[in-house]
Design a binder for this molecule. Structure first.
Ligand code: PLP
Length: 212
């Protein structure tokens, strides 16, 4: 068996829940490298750069419409239009300006996408995301005024040993907003995220190997 399929099956066994989606994060890997998992029938893949993702996935998505592509990296305003043409899910909704632009392009392109609001759960200066105190207001604005389909919250917790505290906080926030999906957990910490009702884990290196 291909080592990627092997890795994927191991993660699936740990997750052990069909309602939890495993996003195979294929950023920085070439098509040849990820092809075994596509051929295996997996349908959720994640990328962090719009241009790289377009080059890699546009043809594949045309051939296999079942594939769901997730943007997990920062989205610059000038890439917003290209991004919503390609991605089914955007996990990095992190500003009013971006949200307004996406709403505008959804209208002009007649598209509806699914969004996660990225929360700066550890209030870190260097990290993107909506500040915790502003999540409520931001969510209602996106949903009511802009009519974006917000499915849940997303966060990357601060490095360190208190990860479960942040996962719990995000879970509680998500519940208080009545949202059904939750994007948290990466290769190093998805086991922890599973304890806090995550529904989308974003796994790169544990499936595809280390990125150079
Ligand atoms: C790269 C990336 C991942 C996957 O990271 P791994 O440690 O390789 O699993 C998950 N989420 C985000 C936002 C990323 O940028």
């Amino acid at each position: 068996m291909n080592f990627i399929i092997d890795n994927f099956e191991k993660i699936k066994a740990i997750v052990n829940n069909n309602k939890i989606n495993i996003i195979a994060v294929s950023k920085s890997f070439q098509h040849d490298h990820i092809k075994p998992l596509i051929d295996y029938g997996h349908t959720h893949f994640g990328e962090n750069k719009v241009q790289e993702a377009t080059n890699k996935w546009l043809n594949i998505k045309n051939q296999i419409p079942e594939i769901n592509l997730h943007l997990i990296g920062r989205l610059q305003s000038n890439k917003a239009k290209e991004a919503i043409k390609l991605f089914d899910y955007i996990h990095s909704l992190d500003s009013l300006k971006l949200a307004s632009l996406l709403a505008k392009f959804e209208q002009s392109l007649n598209l509806k996408r699914k969004y996660f609001i990225q929360v700066n759960i550890g209030a870190e200066k260097q990290k993107n995301g909506i500040q915790i105190e502003q999540v409520d207001e931001f969510y209602y604005y996106c949903k009511k005024t802009l009519q974006l389909n917000i499915v849940g919250l997303m966060a990357i917790p601060p490095l360190g040993k208190d990860i479960s505290k942040y996962f719990k906080l995000l879970m509680e926030f998500n519940q208080s907003l009545g949202l059904s999906e939750l994007s948290m957990g990466m290769s190093s910490d998805f086991r922890e995220a599973l304890k806090y009702e995550t529904t989308f884990v974003r796994i790169g290196s544990a499936i595809f190997g280390n990125r150079s």
